[in-house]
Design a protein around this ligand. Structure first.
Ligand code: NAD
Length: 275
């Protein structure tokens, strides 16, 4: 099986299902990214702040899968925001990853109070022009800051990576992304492995499709058009999550999971406050 490709507004494509490595130690990353590639994942989501770009790079170098067949995302950390700072942070990330060219570079958080997201976005535009990164996007941007960088530069992010899972489904921000021609990518798509995987509605749908709860949640993301990057360091679960590609939900299943979203479902920081 292969993940479907999602087309960006810049013409490039991203595998809809990827593998995330937040909270994975550098040495562990080398091993589990290898397992993820073996399972079929061709899209890896890391960040400078995860401290495992080198491990991801070593896994890529060691794998029999060609580097050009793997989509790599990394992100500028908040402290590296600013024009020159972001350019330098990009060089350092590529060096750690051991690659010449990156597939996707994201601003990790808008961090509105720092007031540097626009200068940082201008640096990413420059990097894309230079050809060293194919696509550029953002993560954790409130609607206001998202519209502001587009209006100021005329360049629309290819993708917006946001917290998104059945208990916090971001219907409004997804609509904004859609209207602007930005793809939506879900972080903590399994709700960090919490309550959602024990939710009665999810369990029922899992039983109906002879699938696991995690597969049902991943299948829901795929069905509503999200790019999705579940994380696991457990070999069986890595395979299980990739095999969610084979689970196709009915519209009534999707509707039932859509209805689980809650006002207070957010797990991470609010992007408007994060610094
Ligand atoms: P997740 O929602 O992917 O949940 C991961 C956890 O779920 C695992 O640690 C495990 O406990 C459990 N799990 C995974 N597969 C399972 C399975 N098949 N069965 C049962 N339990 C399972 O959480 P996440 O790591 O927070 O998010 C995924 C990725 O999103 C990250 O690794 C990272 O790449 C990205 N992310 C980005 C941001 C951002 O600010 N841009 C923030 C958080 C995460």
């Amino acid at each position: 099986a292969q993940a479907p490709l999602v087309k960006f507004n810049d013409g490039n494509e991203i595998p809809q299902l990827g593998y995330g490595v937040w909270q994975v130690e550098d040495e562990v990353a080398e091993k589990v990214v290898g397992l993820a590639l073996d399972a079929g994942f061709r899209h890896i989501d890391t960040a400078k702040i995860y401290g495992n770009e080198e491990g991801v790079g070593r896994a890529l170098a060691a794998s029999s899968v060609d580097r050009n067949d793997v989509f790599i995302t990394t992100k500028v950390w908040n402290e590296d925001q600013g024009y020159d700072e972001a350019l330098a942070a990009f060089d350092a990330s590529l060096k750690r990853l051991g690659i010449e060219e990156l597939d996707l570079y994201l601003i990790h958080w808008a961090a509105p109070h720092r007031g540097k997201y626009l200068e940082t976005w201008k640096a990413l535009i420059e990097l894309q022009k230079s050809g060293r990164v194919k696509s550029i996007g953002v993560s954790n941007f409130p609607e206001k800051e998202l519209r502001e960088i587009i209006e100021a530069t005329g360049v629309t992010p290819a993708i917006h990576q946001i917290e998104l899972h059945p208990y916090f489904n971001q219907a409004e921000l997804r609509k904004v992304n859609d209207e602007l021609g930005i793809k939506t990518e879900a972080w903590s798509p399994l709700g960090q492995g919490g309550e959602i995987l024990k939710d009665e509605t999810v369990l029922k749908i899992a039983e109906k499709h002879d699938a696991t709860p995690a597969q049902v949640v991943v299948a829901w993301h795929l069905a509503i058009g999200n790019v999705v990057i579940p994380k696991s360091v457990t070999p069986d679960r890595i395979t299980e999550n990739f095999d969610a590609l084979g689970v196709s939900l009915d519209s009534e299943d999707v509707e039932a999971i859509n209805a689980l979203s809650r006002e207070d479902g957010r797990l991470g920081p609010d992007p408007a406050d994060m610094d």
